[in-house]
Design a protein around this ligand. Structure first.
Ligand SMILES: NC(=O)c1ccc[n+]([C@@H]2O[C@H](COP(=O)([O-])OP(=O)(O)OC[C@H]3O[C@@H](n4cnc5c(N)ncnc54)[C@H](O)[C@@H]3O)[C@@H](O)[C@H]2O)c1
Ligand SMILES: [Zn+2]
Length: 394
């Protein structure tokens, strides 16, 4: 299979240049953390390509900002005529089978054979759709991802999942297809819009709440990490710590369950109510924002079920607010829609609820059965969030 098998022992190993993962099933891959990924002196990308034909795909925004640098790199490091760069439409609507087919057609027209490489340069959308195309093109070829968004670097870029939306369902079709290489250059985040940074931070708060109290407390001290305004208190050291810790935690959590045979997953914190908040709200809230609302709701449920104390719940909700994330969405946070979300998750997770709720900062547990979550408790948690919104805005 794809992937650079570099780790010698099962688990995740960190070094100054990135992370190696070796899963119990033998799947291994590396995620590099590098600077100047498109600087002609940086050997990484060219080394991973190693003389193969490359067809690169990039979204229009990232092309506008980094396209010239990417083409400059490929010109400097690869054989003339051995590569091409193509822009593809982004946005959830274009994360589709149609896009996958177009990508495959472009690759075929460019003469890509089984030994070629697809290169995805962009956020999670480009990685997911190009990765899925690579998983099926000529029955599966190599692909390399250069992750340009915060979600891309701490989430999509460190795992093996690819996929597209279909049948009115997010990520309905996809494949577990490890990238041959995954490159994270944190400097690329300098141009990421603030809203996208906040969405990445939502996923980082998720990892902190379920696994790492120290990371949580660091975020409390620096809720404006990654903000490029002069008021930002973070600084490079805090950013490096936050992003590397989030990457490592995610890889450690994924490692024993890369292909998700186990359906009770702590990384699903914030991902039970959020699919409905996203879709029923017509994608008014971005994924990370919906995850933030879900985490706030789950924190209140944990408090009401006696699984955590009021202070822990309050600190989680307050941190999300201070980052600038929403913690309530009146249009979708209704008992009816949230019950529907619980039922859909129950169905998806093998007829178990597996709702992840915090027990302390850095610790979480599961509510496994639907009947352990009475409708009155759900109503009370939604009321608590509504009251808070009134107090804050009114
Ligand atoms: N495969 C997985 O394991 C996995 C995990 C999490 C999320 N996802 C998927 O990833 C997608 C979300 O990814 P995302 O948040 O990266 O969204 P995205 O790919 O849409 O990127 C967000 C936006 O930021 C822009 N952008 C990206 N990098 C930029 C940069 N460096 N400078 C300026 N603008 C930049 C993009 O053009 C886009 O408008 C969802 O479809 C989600 O389902 C997949
Ligand atoms: Zn997510």
């Amino acid at each position: 299979m794809a992937g650079q098998v570099l780790a010698e022992a099962e688990g995740v190993r960190e070094d100054s240049g990135g992370f190696d993962l070796l899963a119990p099933d033998g799947t291994g891959y590396r995620v590099d953390v590098t600077g100047g990924v498109f600087h002609p002196d940086n050997p990484l990308l060219a080394r991973y390509v190693a003389g193969r034909r490359v067809v690169a795909f990039i979204g229009p925004t990232v092309d506008r900002i980094y396209g010239e640098r990417l083409r400059g790199y490929l010109t400097a490091r690869l054989e003339p005529g051995s590569w091409s760069v193509h822009t593809i439409a982004t946005g959830e609507r274009n994360k589709s089978l149609t896009s996958v087919e177009e990508i495959c057609a472009t690759a075929k027209a460019a003469g890509l054979d089984r030994h070629g490489v697809m290169l995805a340069v962009g956020g999670g959308i480009v990685a997911d759709v190009v990765g899925f195309a690579a998983s099926m093109y000529a029955r599966g070829i190599r692909y390399i991802k250069v992750n340009t968004s915060l979600v891309g670097q701490v989430d999509v870029g460190v795992g093996v999942k690819t996929g597209v939306n279909a049948l009115h369902t997010k990520n309905m079709f996809g494949a577990y297809h490890p990238a041959h290489a995954s490159l994270n250059d944190p400097a690329l985040l300098d141009t990421l819009p603030a809203r996208e940074i906040r969405c990445g931070l939502a996923e980082i708060v998720k990892m902190a709440v379920i696994l790492d109290g120290d990371l949580f407390r660091t975020l409390e001290r620096h809720p404006d990490a990654f903000r490029r305004a002069p008021s930002g208190t973070g600084g490079a050291d805090v950013e490096t710590y936050v992003i590397r810790t989030a990457m490592r935690l995610m890889m450690e959590e994924l490692c024993p369950n890369l292909r998700e045979h186990e359906l009770a997953r702590l990384v699903d914190f914030g991902h039970t109510f959020s699919p409905v908040i996203e879709t029923a709200g017509g994608h008014r809230l971005a994924h990370g924002e919906a995850v933030a609302v879900d985490m706030a709701l789950s924190a209140h449920l944990a408090r009401l079920l006696g699984l955590t104390d009021a202070e822990t719940c309050e600190r989680i909700v307050t941190l999300l607010e201070r980052i600038g994330l929403p913690v309530y969405d009146p249009a979708t946070c209704t008992p009816e829609l949230m019950t529907q979300a619980l039922r859909a998750s129950w169905q998806r997770r093998g007829r178990k609820l597996h709702l992840v709720v915090p027990t302390a900062l850095g610790k979480a547990t599961f509510v496994d059965e639907l009947e352990h979550l009475p409708t009155e408790t759900l109503r009370a948690a939604l009321d608590a969030l509504a009251d808070r919104a009134v107090r804050r805005d009114g």
